[in-house]
Design a binder for this molecule. Structure first.
Ligand code: CAA
Ligand code: FAD
Length: 383
């Protein structure tokens, strides 16, 4: 292995995790086009990722996790996203939004009950904040969790939920005390088979088509009080805290799409001949590759910076938002250029870069759009 030079302290363990993810990711090429075309959930692949420790990377071994740091998580997310961003979004939601939130804020009983199975890949989790009328404006929650003494009565609709039809456990954000606005919101653990809980049909998406996204409908679902995470009214802060870390994961996903686009483009440019020479000898192609490589490197440094901030208990809301903002734009730009470098071949599925271009777009939308990242960053720098 050649260690990349980096201002960040990448240990032997980090490089071993990166190499293990890189080796495993090669298995994801098989069937990736078919999974994308038919919106087929990567069931077997996710099981294997659980067995290899990629589904609960940052969870303590006490609860079945790999006990690794955020740097390791970023390195693994990049490698898996280089091949299949559908697998990596399933991984990202499970790791950063569900497992991290449960381990950090859950009760001992909640952790024992859910974490080992979430880490092993036996089950996957989902995180449900967005609603038809509350996306970026996330405090405008219309879903209600009425306090009924022993239980909450949950009613409402969630939209665009990743792992929506395949998850077994859902962290659902809902309003209990509307008069308290964001301070009246709770987060509840909802099991798939609770009466009154229904999943909508799979959305037919532009990209990350192997991951399943759907709406969730709650009709008088009785959720026991012990399924609340944290104190009464902690739900919105919970959502913001898990998303601050989640954005580092999505930034790494975007980085992987960008670096995957670059790698395929370098390989193709050396092979494809036009006007008697490999196209890599035309300066117009060289300059595209130079721009892509520079942006990929900058995105990687921002991702590692945000991960290092989180691992060192420094504030990471701003650095995570910066990493996501920059890496998602890099992913989009690099994937578009990769298609251009591949010419007509880039426009068909066999060469993968058209899928990268479709997958890249979502990284500028979910876990807070690019405009929302700019709001988070500007609020921090203007404090
Ligand atoms: N940590 C802790 N608390 C935080 C916080 C953070 N990082 N950010 C905000 N808060 C708190 C605030 O302090 C405030 O609490 P107090 O009133 O007690 O001070 C409360 O949250 C409300 O904050 P704001 O007043 O700043 O609320 P706002 O209405 O201005 O909105 C926002 C802030 C940043 C725009 C927020 O609504 C937001 O992040 N929107 C985007 C939503 C989003 O990212 N959704 C992603 C869904 S999950 C997903 O997409 C998964 C996937 O695809 C794979
Ligand atoms: P809107 O909030 O309606 O935004 C529309 C446009 O207006 C955007 O360009 C936005 O940036 C802009 N805008 C809005 N407010 C402002 C402002 N104040 N200033 C400037 N511009 C603004 N959510 C979950 O909870 N869990 C999930 O697992 C999940 N997975 C998803 C998977 C997919 C494939 C998709 C498509 C979405 C997913 N989401 C999930 C939802 C996602 O987080 C939201 O789509 C996103 O936060 C944007 O919300 P919205 O779609 O309602 O857009």
């Amino acid at each position: 292995t050649t260690a990349p030079t980096s201002p960040f302290q990448l240990t032997e363990e980090h490089l071993a995790v990166r190499d293990a993810a890189r080796d495993f990711a090669q298995e994801l090429w098989a069937g990736v086009i078919e999974r994308d075309e038919h919106q087929k959930f990567p069931t077997e692949q996710i099981k294997k990722m659980g067995e290899l420790g990629f589904m609960g990377m940052m969870v303590s071994p006490e609860y079945g996790g790999s006990g690794l740091d955020t740097m390791s998580y970023v390195l693994a997310m990049e490698e898996i996203s280089k091949v299949d961003a559908s697998c990596s979004v399933i991984m990202s939601v499970n790791n950063s939004l569900v497992c991290w939130g449960l381990e950090k804020y859950g009760t001992e009983e909640q952790k024992q009950k859910y974490l080992p199975r979430l880490c092993s890949g036996e089950i996957v989790g989902a995180f449900a904040l967005s609603e038809p009328e509350a996306g970026s404006d996330a405090t405008s929650q219309q879903t209600t969790a009425e306090d009924k003494g022993d239980y909450y009565l949950l009613n409402g609709t969630k939209n665009w939920i990743t792992n929506g039809t395949t998850a077994s456990v859902y962290l659902v954000i809902a309003q209990t005390h509307p008069e308290l606005k964001s301070r009246g919101i709770n987060v509840l653990i909802v099991d798939k088979d609770m009466p009154g809980f229904q999943q909508g049909p799979k959305e037919n998406k532009l990209g990350i088509r192997g991951s399943d996204t759907c709406s969730l409908l709650f009709n008088d679902v009785q959720v026991p009080k012990e399924n609340r995470i944290g104190a009464d009214g902690f739900g919105f802060k919970f959502a913001m805290q898990v998303l601050a870390g989640g954005r580092i994961g999505i930034a790494a996903q975007a980085l992987g799409i960008a670096s995957g686009s670059l790698e395929l483009s370098i390989k193709y440019a050396k092979e494809r001949k036009a006007f008697g020479v490999p196209i890599a000898q035309h300066q117009a192609i060289q300059f595209k590759l130079a721009d892509m490589a520079t942006n990929v490197e900058a995105a990687r440094l921002l991702c590692l910076k945000a991960a290092a901030d989180k691992d060192n208990n420094a504030d990471y809301a701003k650095s995570g938002a910066m990493a996501k903002l920059f890496a998602s734009k890099t992913a989009m730009d690099a994937a578009v250029e990769a298609v251009q470098i591949h010419g007509g071949y880039g426009f068909v599925k066999e060469y993968h870069v058209e899928r990268f271009m479709r997958d890249a777009k979502i990284t500028q939308i979910y876990e807070g759009t690019s405009e929302i990242q700019k709001i988070v960053i500007s609020r921090e720098i203007l404090k």
